[in-house]
Design a protein around this ligand. Structure first.
Ligand SMILES: Cc1cc2nc3c(=O)[nH]c(=O)nc-3n(C[C@H](O)[C@H](O)[C@H](O)COP(=O)(O)OP(=O)(O)OC[C@H]3O[C@@H](n4cnc5c(N)ncnc54)[C@H](O)[C@@H]3O)c2cc1C
Length: 497
């Protein structure tokens, strides 16, 4: 290969997902010269963005890449290598964690550890992140997420089917509330409330994502530059090993060396761990890759053949009655409506059921994600196998809790009149809520970064994606990643270059 091309910036960010793009946005506000390196390209705007068969059957936007599980079985991971990362296809459900999630919580099957900062430390940045990602909601203090201020945008209105479901859920004994949704809805907004939001790519830029809401405005300031199709392969340290010297990357056949004063790795928790392990960096604790988490999740479809579900935008309601305590002193988790599932989308799971039957079922079903906490364990771990592939060993911790939550949710749904409930458990390939692997903590022996996501080992290296989560809570992760990115830029030395 020819001599590598040398590139320089003050801050260099690897990855343009929620972590990387939000960090770039905050640095741009401070006028810091920032370079974002992204292995993917801009997501094309094309008819397939809204095609269920292209996305769910043909996995059009997933990479041509295989990871392996602990038994060596290959799987296609739930990652998306585009500008904006996974947020290009995510569900834009952007709730806060509970204030209790930041402390030690006793679970049925172990301990959810404390974070090195509190909910109150993050609270102002939660609000800023909600403004940035246009979060709509109205539920003030649910599951202990004590808000100091109302939501920046009003809650999305329920469609009649969901409105009525809410009333039936109340009669069945739970307290549904609006979902926190990141959408450009309202006067002058781009959202048309279509059924191709959750899991799809928004052709209208109306779903709040890392590219549209954070990276593009950052680039518009003139302080941030984006380079696409740049894959970072190695982090190179200075000769004393105390700091990062530069990154080695490739763009097609071209070799690049990227120099900076401060470096942010935000490649997604698994890819960040893999890059660190391949580089032999930030791992004096032997903690890099450990404590991989992804929630214990199930999708359920509740079917009532007497009631047609004519909803377009379904994802507007949750119930979190057992989030803090399921009645026996242990938390259980959250139950959240998801985007309306179409018959063809069920095919990816119910492969042998004829499509007309799936269409009939989906015309009469309503779908939820049942989400409970996946407790961290050092043996649940990302490593690099002998062939250089990413390997994830995982045995979920917390399944008793998950089954208890499922049992409760099903009981309530039966009370509201649903005749049949089908479940699709999430397997390792559905690792969309991946977190842990470079956990934050005060003790350098047991954690990889400090409370500001700075490596304990290298003073100019920050790791800002879901990797820093010491615990996974039982809520969607993106808003917490974004809030922490804003906090790191505001309160740490990252912007001091
Ligand atoms: C289908 C789906 C639905 C979801 N729904 C929700 C939801 O409703 N609410 C919620 O909160 N969360 C949701 N999530 C999860 C959410 O999308 C992620 O938690 C979040 O986007 C993670 O952001 P990140 O910055 O940590 O990582 P990523 O989004 O993974 O971004 C990492 C970026 O780094 C790039 N990259 C990786 N390696 C390299 C390298 N070596 N060199 C250069 N670039 C690299 C990648 O291409 C990518 O763009 C969903 C995810 C999926 C897949």
């Amino acid at each position: 290969m020819a001599t590598p091309v040398r590139i320089e910036s003050d801050v260099v960010i690897v990855g343009s997902g929620i972590g990387g793009a939000t960090t770039a946005f905050a640095l741009a506000q401070k006028g810091v010269k920032t370079l974002v390196l992204e292995r993917g390209e801009r997501m094309p705007r094309e008819p397939e963005n809204w095609s269920p068969s292209e996305i769910f059957m043909k996995t059009r936007y997933k990479p041509n890449e295989k990871w392996v599980d602990e038994k060596g079985n290959e799987f296609v991971p739930g990652v998306h290598y585009f500008v904006g990362g996974n947020s290009k296809v995510y569900g834009a459900s952007l709730p806060r964690f509970s204030r209790y999630d930041f402390g030690v919580i006793k679970h049925q099957e172990g301990i959810s550890p404390a974070w090195p900062f509190t909910y109150d430390d993050l609270e102002p940045f939660y609000y800023k992140a909600e403004e940035l990602y246009r979060v709509h909601g109205d539920a003030q203090n649910i599951y202990g997420n004590n808000r100091m201020t109302p939501f920046p945008y009003p809650a999305m209105k329920h469609e009649p089917y969901v409105e009525e479901l809410g009333k039936r859920l109340v009669k069945a004994g739970v307290h549904p509330h609006s979902n926190s949704m990141g959408i450009d809805l309202g006067p002058g907004g781009k959202c048309i409330r279509c059924k191709t939001c959750d899991g799809f790519v928004c052709k209208l830029d109306a779903k709040s994502d890392a590219e549209v809401n954070a990276l593009n405005p950052a680039i518009a300031t003139g302080h941030v530059t984006l380079m696409t199709s740049v894959q970072v392969n190695r982090i190179v340290l200075t000769s004393d090993g105390k700091s990062v010297s530069h990154l080695e990357a490739t763009r097609g056949d071209e070799a690049l060396e990227i120099y900076g004063k401060n470096f942010v790795i935000a490649a997604g928790s698994v890819n960040t761990a893999a890059l660190l392990l391949r580089s032999g960096v930030a791992n004096s604790s032997d903690q890099v890759g450990r404590n991989f988490m992804m929630h214990n999740n199930s999708h359920i479809a509740a079917v009532d053949m007497r009631r047609k579900n004519d909803v377009t935008f379904q994802k507007t309601l949750s119930f979190t009655d057992w989030y803090l305590d399921g009645g026996k002193g242990y938390p259980l988790g959250a139950v959240q409506l998801i985007g309306k599932v179409q018959g063809i989308m069920m095919k990816s799971f119910a492969k042998h059921v004829p499509l007309p039957i799936l269409n009939l079922v989906s015309d009469h079903s309503v779908e939820f994600v049942v989400m409970s906490e996946d407790l961290p364990h050092p043996d649940n771990r990302v490593t690099i196998d002998k062939n250089g592939a990413i390997k994830i060993a995982r045995k979920s911790v917390g399944m008793k809790t998950h089954f208890e939550l499922l049992r409760r949710a099903k009981k309530v749904l039966r009370k509201t009149g649903y005749q049949a409930i089908f479940r699709q458990p999430f397997d390792i390939s559905m690792n969309s809520h991946q977190c842990g692997t470079t956990v934050a903590g005060n003790d350098p022996r047991t954690s990889v970064v400090d409370g500001y996501c700075r490596s304990h080992d290298h003073h100019n290296l920050y790791l800002i994606d879901g990797g820093f989560f010491p615990s996974s809570a039982a809520m969607n992760p993106a808003l917490t990643i974004a809030a922490q990115a804003l906090r790191v830029v505001e309160q740490s030395d990252l912007a001091k270059v």
